[in-house]
Write a protein that binds this ligand. Structure first.
Ligand code: ADE
Ligand code: ZN
Length: 324
């Protein structure tokens, strides 16, 4: 099984590039940019990665992102992730970034997107890895601020395939961002949103009905509504599930308690992703391995999960045919 997981060419659809910042790079950039970080060494950093919920993670994740300043920093961050893709046989990846995390610190939108884009161009040239970029609005901030971010993205429309919604879910429902998602759609962006990660399934309904998204990030709380499960199945709505993340953020007590096998057996369009791999103990293969070692997944299940990622990706139909 592990051999199959490693061997299969994969697509990743839910990866926050800031969440791929490994402690080693964090230290290197902190030193170079003279940014203070609250850790004395790498071990100290890893010890701090002991989360009790989404917010305890986000606090540490945003503090870590402070070390990213120059275009080269974003290049290096993205390039290191690409090297993990090579290791894990990921041949297509759709990368989230959080522009507001950087623009709020005075780092220009252009600096961020240019650094990421340059690394992705090199990934295509050197390894044939294809990719898309999705920018996320931070949902703990206002819709007004999301509108400002959308405005900043317009000159880079050709580089950004879609918009998403992430950060603190509880208390920040999709309905808060209805108007900005409508505008993003009019501008031609594809739409996704984190929904039903920690918050209840009403957030998933809102994301579907009010934001008109074409993929749900996480969505594991859908299991609490039979009606929603039926709808997700009928529509074959993709769910980008992130097992390691769900365990590290205590959405489920352990891998054996994860509901991914039930979601899959029900006939939902489930995919496996790494979310924030530097913080959640592993990249995509480790996510596959952890669930396959703890749940009764078959080899066919693994193949279905991998195929689902390609069919739910934002690549052209032509490339999709080639990959499938
Ligand atoms: N930002 C980065 N990772 C996230 C997650 N798992 N949920 C919400 N926002 C995030
Ligand atoms: Zn996420």
């Amino acid at each position: 099984m592990i051999d199959l997981i490693k061997r299969l060419p994969k697509a990743e659809l839910h990866l926050h590039i800031e969440g791929s910042l490994e402690p080693e790079l964090m230290f290197r950039l902190a030193k170079k940019n003279q940014i203070e970080i609250p850790y004395k060494d790498i071990e100290d950093v890893r010890n701090a990665y002991n989360f009790t919920n989404l917010q305890t993670f986000l606090d540490i994740y945003y503090a870590g992102a402070d070390v990213l300043i120059t275009q080269d920093d974003f290049y290096d961050l993205t390039w290191e992730y690409i090297l993990k893709c090579v290791e894990d046989n990921v041949i297509h990846t759709e990368i989230f970034f959080d522009p507001q995390t950087h623009t709020a610190r005075g780092v220009a939108f252009e600096t961020v997107i240019t650094g990421i884009k340059r690394a992705l161009a090199d990934a295509k040239a050197q390894y044939g890895i294809t990719s898309c970029i999705i920018m996320c609005f931070l949902r703990h901030l206002s819709q007004e601020e999301a509108f400002e971010t959308l405005e900043q993205a317009l000159p880079f429309k050709d580089d950004i395939i879609g918009v998403g919604l992430d950060s603190s879910e509880l208390g920040n429902p999709p309905s808060k961002f209805k108007d900005v998602f409508k505008k993003a759609k009019e501008e031609g962006f594809k739409l996704v949103a984190h929904a039903g990660e920690e918050a209840d399934f009403s957030y998933i309904y809102e994301a579907l009905d009010l934001l008109d998204i074409s993929r749900i990030d996480h969505g594991v709380q859908s299991i609490k509504s039979d009606e929603l499960m039926q709808r997700l199945k009928d529509e074959q709505m993709p769910l980008t599930v992130c097992p390691n993340s769900n365990i590290e953020l205590r959405v489920f007590d352990n891998y054996k308690a994860h509901n991914i096998k039930e979601l899959l057996d029900y006939g939902l369009n489930i995919t496996i992703n790494s979310d924030d791999p530097a913080y959640f103990k592993g990249y995509i293969n480790q996510n596959f391995i952890n669930i396959s070692e703890n749940l009764p997944l078959t080899e066919d299940d693994i193949i279905t999960l991998v195929k689902n990622s390609f069919r739910s990706s934002f690549i052209s139909d032509e490339l999709k045919q080639q990959y499938l």
